[in-house]
Design a protein around this ligand. Structure first.
Ligand SMILES: [Zn+2]
Length: 277
């Protein structure tokens, strides 16, 4: 499932590649992208509009339209997108094809059919997705101060793993980047956030900011499932820099201990039992 660095990479690509382009036609070869709004309505509301910019709210992509509305794309577990020429072969699982008056197409693809595409005014979107009014820190969009972060940690009765994967604390972090951040911080996943020393809180703060920025700088993580690609269809580069995720049994690059996959809260985490305390 894509996390913040992957969605930020797609947002930047979209902003550059489709920002300023006017929609000429839309085809919807797939049916499954329209569980939020009937296909006919989506097509009508996108007819002839121009995309001005690409924004992101948590993991949702919102393309700003000159009609005052937003084209909302929720890729969920398995969705993706590609900027192509009209001649390129249609990939399996193509749900929506948007053609621009200046040429080129944006294709929304999801072989498993989980993604959702709909049109909403900014006000409607907040009503539809109340979680957006409670979104936590987004360190990639806005620099977060150490004080804000420290206060947030103290105000929560959560473990470090719960805190990082709670979108009302920090947005867009899932299994991959939470384990990486926690390893970077040298802490254990089950430490309580309001019990950390101020030095530990600073280490966690630095790990959050640096890991998410590095992830976005290296254009995201393409895991073994090969699901995630950027808008040009290229894989990300951060998978080569992962320290713990899916490295169980391999040597820790900090202490030479052995990375373990341990059960935690109905799921599991990858961590080094020797140097994470
Ligand atoms: Zn270690």
């Amino acid at each position: 499932m894509p996390e913040l660095p992957e969605m930020e990479t797609l947002r930047r690509d979209l902003d550059r590649e489709v920002g300023g382009k006017r929609i000429k036609t839309i085809d919807a070869p797939g049916r499954s992208a329209f569980s939020r709004m009937p296909k006919k309505q989506v097509l009508e509301r996108l007819d002839g509009v121009k995309i001005s910019s690409a924004d992101r709210r948590g993991l949702l992509l919102t393309l700003k339209l000159d009609s005052g509305e937003l084209l909302v794309i929720d890729v969920r577990e398995s969705g993706g997108m590609r900027k192509t020429t009209p001649k390129e072969e249609t990939a399996k699982g193509t749900q929506v094809v948007i053609s621009f008056t200046q040429g080129g197409q944006l294709r929304l693809i999801d072989p498993e059919g989980n993604m959702n595409v709909w049109v909403a005014t900014p006000e409607e979107l907040l009503e539809q997705e109340p979680v957006l009014t409670e979104l936590g820190l987004d360190p990639v969009v806005e620099p977060i101060s150490w004080t804000t972060f420290g206060h947030l940690l103290l105000s929560r009765a959560q473990t470090v793993k719960q805190f990082l994967t709670d979108p009302t604390a920090v947005v867009g972090i899932g299994p991959v980047y939470s384990d990486e951040i926690i390893w970077q911080s040298g802490l254990r996943h089950d430490r309580e956030t309001n019990q950390l020393t101020s030095q530990e809180m600073r280490r966690l703060y630095r790990a959050v900011v640096e890991t998410l920025h590095d992830g976005a700088k290296h254009r995201g993580t393409t895991l073994a499932d090969g699901n995630y690609h950027d808008l040009a269809g290229k894989p990300g580069g951060y998978q080569d820099m992962l320290q713990v995720y899916e490295r169980a049994g391999e040597a820790c690059r900090r202490c030479r201990g052995t990375i373990a996959k341990v059960r935690y809260s109905k799921s599991h985490v990858f961590m080094c039992p020797d140097c994470q305390v």
